[in-house]
Unconditional design. Structure first.
Length: 379
């Protein structure tokens, strides 16, 4: 059997995780690493395998190595042109999240894939977990749903926002950068909740009402509250922060007339009707392995590009011209400890938002700003 050749574009930063994962799959005989590319010199952990070529230009990598599959782990605003180059070179894609910056780009990428007979898997890896499948399959047993929620409380300091020239930026050289909490670091929470709503038969997301905040002078939000309404009338409420107190890994919850289900997506723990406490569900399918199995045996993709259209619609609604910049909280609302900035009481607020489905401004939170409302583009 012919071994699938894989190349990685964007081999530093999070790309180092992909280098390790490709090495594990290669050791098991599943793929062969054809080459690596990055605009910066490669970090040496993990070491570059002997004989593997390294390029500073992804187009040279594509021309000289001719890989079957390309993993793209570059800054989000560079995804589309690199993906189109890889498709033109005859490659299937594993594209990191968020996949593209607009529905127009989503449609362009879809059309290119279709014309070339190629496929694209998107790196929302939590959608490959057995815990997600149990949560999804439990949704019809909950009765009429009263809502779906997503919450997470992380902490990111000044060093995080100095990690790259595009960190914390709204755009670079006229291109949207999409580095806000909702659509980059906590994108998995948004995607997992949207997938839950779609699995519950809610239809398409139609309206977004959002409040976005920042605790330092960046251009994007580090704290956000959003209510998304679907065709069925179902509400999805997201409450997340990167200026948190106690760590909350990431929880998706659905409540209905017959019960409640909770998924802690980063740890693959669930609480389903009949459970007394959260339990771990082992098993998470690797997205690259799944893509290779799709190529070789026709196995369905776990996260095909079309499954992320709702996410891209929300992303676009947050980045359209005219959308107000996130509200900068004043010193009275922020605790500053060296490079770390925290919103006192934010964890309690996150819980109240997901319990009541009300946004901070609707609760009369003193530092809350007026929300903005946006019709979501049709996917």
């Amino acid at each position: 059997m012919t071994t699938t050749t894989v190349a990685l574009i964007g081999a530093n930063g999070h790309g180092r995780w992909h280098r390790r994962r490709i090495a594990e799959i290669e050791a098991a005989g599943g793929v062969r690493l054809a080459g690596l590319a990055d605009v910066r010199p490669l970090e040496t952990d993990p070491p570059v395998p002997a004989g593997v070529p390294v390029f500073s230009d992804h187009r040279e990598l594509l021309a000289r190595t001719g890989p079957d599959v390309v993993v793209i782990c570059t800054p989000p605003h560079t995804h589309l042109p690199i993906a189109l180059d890889a498709i033109a070179a005859g490659c299937d894609l594993l594209l990191e999240k968020p996949p593209v910056a607009s529905l127009a780009a989503h449609h362009t990428l879809t059309a290119s894939l279709t014309a070339a007979g190629r496929v694209c898997q998107v790196g929302f890896q939590a959608l490959g977990s057995a815990a997600w499948r149990q949560f999804r399959d439990a949704l019809p047993t909950l009765g009429a749903l009263g809502g779906i929620t997503a919450t997470a409380s992380w902490q990111r300091d000044d060093v995080y926002y100095a990690r790259s020239p595009w960190a914390g930026r709204r755009s670079v050289a006229g291109r949207p950068v999409i580095d806000g909490a909702l659509i980059n670091p906590l994108a998995h929470a948004v995607m997992q909740a949207l997938a839950g709503a779609r699995a519950a038969g809610a239809g398409r997301p139609r309206q977004l009402v959002a409040e976005r905040y920042r605790v330092r002078p960046i251009e994007v939000e580090d704290t956000a509250f959003a209510r998304i309404t679907f065709d069925s009338g179902l509400h999805l409420v997201v409450a997340v922060t990167l200026a948190g107190e106690d760590f909350v890994a990431g929880e998706i919850a659905a409540r209905g007339t017959a019960g409640r289900a909770v998924l802690e997506y980063p740890t693959d723990r669930v609480l389903l009707p009949g459970d007394d406490e959260m339990r771990t569900v082992a098993g998470r399918a690797d997205l690259l392995t799944n893509l290779v199995e799709h190529r070789t045996a026709g196995t369905p993709l776990l996260v095909p590009l079309q499954a992320t259209a709702d996410f891209t619609a929300v992303l676009e609604a947050l980045t359209l011209p005219g959308v107000p910049a996130p509200h900068l909280l004043d010193d009275a609302a922020v605790l500053v400890e060296g490079p770390k900035r925290t919103i006192p009481g934010v964890n309690d607020l996150l819980r109240k938002v997901v319990e009541t489905m009300a946004l901070p401004s609707e609760m009369g939170v003193p530092w809350a700003a007026a929300p903005f409302t946006q019709r979501l583009p049709v996917t």
